[in-house]
Design a protein around this ligand. Structure first.
Ligand code: B12
Length: 333
């Protein structure tokens, strides 16, 4: 236990330490070139053209704010090279080991350590891990282990509730980052978990995956009556509906309500993405849908086919500029 704690603290100290030196905040042009997988002269050209925000040292060298470059890479506006150069601890640390991070998250969730949960989730996100990977390979496996604790009787239901709330609070903090990069005229998605399904995180994470993929994503959350979700489709006119189903109280009532909802979606040309632990065979083959996924990586891939992100600029050639000096958004809708 002591060993686990000390590993947790080493991990967290790295996350919580505020960088005081320039080297922790800024990238040199060779570091930025390695991170983006382009040549140093390309980085310099992009800086001079205003594509990459940069600052000058007293000696006149270009230096780039690490967090700004990371934000641009996340937006899909720049190529990805070796992303470890972009993490705030890149000078001393290598890429995140998701298995180690998951162990630490389980400990923090079971002990109810909100600050640690927050720091761990933030650190994984800041390392450049995609939201869908964070969901499928970090949060979901950590909670599966919390659920196992309940199954074997080492924890109680209140600890499951507390763990869920701690994850949700940390995730809401990332939402501001995702919303800050929202583009005008992005397509809309609406989603929820059905009536009687109390699970908060699956639908919340589906929303975040879609926000990160450039959608306006409206999450109606747990226990949403399906006729009301149909009303929301009529009113909000989304291009995509997601339904996350973790618990079904009455299967035949669910089937009837779901089929009515699907008809509304179909009439309005809305794609329907479904998933969640309760949609197992044979139920899944009894329902119509546009796409089904075991995980949110599948939802992200599907969302990208409906609304592709802009292509990264070709190596060595800067993209088109707006009058402001920033890259013109290339979304069609
Ligand atoms: C937290 C929790 C609860 C909390 C929920 C709190 C809340 N507000 O959310 C509470 C305490 C209410 C609860 C209650 C119960 N729970 Co519970 N719970 C969990 C726990 C620990 C975590 C669930 C979670 O949030 N996971 C995180 C999400 C992100 O992961 P996920 O659900 O796997 O979702 C992934 C995929 O399904 C998919 N996905 C999900 N939605 C969508 C949507 C789309 C479009 C796509 C493409 C993909 C997709 O991607 C996600 C990310 O990878 C799980 C353990 C586990 N293995 O998950 C047990 C678990 C689900 N619960 C279980 C049980 C038995 C119960 C109870 C019956 C008993 C109890 N524990 O009190 C009740 C039933 C209540 C009810 N009416 O359903 C069992 C279910 C066993 C089974 N055979 O199904 C589990 C597996 C625990 C266990 N190991 O036994 N639970």
């Amino acid at each position: 236990m002591k060993d686990k704690r000390s590993r947790l603290w080493t991990f967290l100290k790295k996350s919580l330490v505020m960088p005081t030196e320039d080297s922790a905040l800024y990238l040199s042009t060779p570091q930025a070139a390695a991170a983006l997988g382009v040549s140093v002269s390309t980085v310099k050209r992009w800086v001079d053209a205003g594509i990459l925000p940069a600052h000058r040292t007293v000696g006149g060298h270009r230096k780039l704010l690490r967090s700004e470059v990371l934000a641009l890479v996340r937006q899909g506006d720049l190529p990805r090279g070796d992303l470890t150069a972009l993490t705030s601890l890149a000078t001393t640390d290598s890429a995140i080991d998701l298995e180690v991070a998951t162990d630490e998250l389980v400990t923090a969730l079971l002990e109810g350590q909100g600050t640690e949960v927050h720091a761990l989730i933030r650190r994984v996100y800041d390392s450049g891990v995609a939201i869908e990977t964070l969901a499928d390979r970090f949060i979901a496996p950590a909670l599966a282990r919390v659920g196992h604790g309940w199954e074997i009787g080492t924890i109680d239901v209140w600890q499951e509730h507390r763990g869920t709330q701690l994850c949700a609070a940390a995730l809401y903090d990332l939402k501001n980052d995702l919303e800050a990069r929202a583009e005008k005229n992005r397509p809309r998605a609406v989603g929820a978990a059905p009536e009687g399904d109390p699970y908060l995180l699956p639908s919340l994470l589906a929303q975040f995956v879609l926000l990160d993929a450039g959608w306006e994503a409206v999450n109606l959350g747990p226990t949403t009556p399906l006729p009301s979700l149909a009303e929301a489709i009529r009113e909000l006119r989304p291009r995509l509906l997601w339904l996350s189903v973790s618990f079904i109280a009455d299967e035949s009532a669910f089937l009837d309500a779901y089929k009515a909802l699907y008809q509304v979606a179909q009439r309005q040309g809305v794609a329907v993405a479904v998933g969640g632990r309760a949609l197992k065979e044979p139920l899944r083959s009894a329902i119509p849908y546009t796409t089904y996924g075991d995980g949110l990586e599948h939802l992200a891939a599907f969302a990208r086919t409906l609304h592709p992100r802009p292509k990264p600029p070709r190596r060595g050639r800067p993209p088109m500029l707006q009058a402001s000096g920033h890259r013109a958004p290339q979304h069609a809708n």
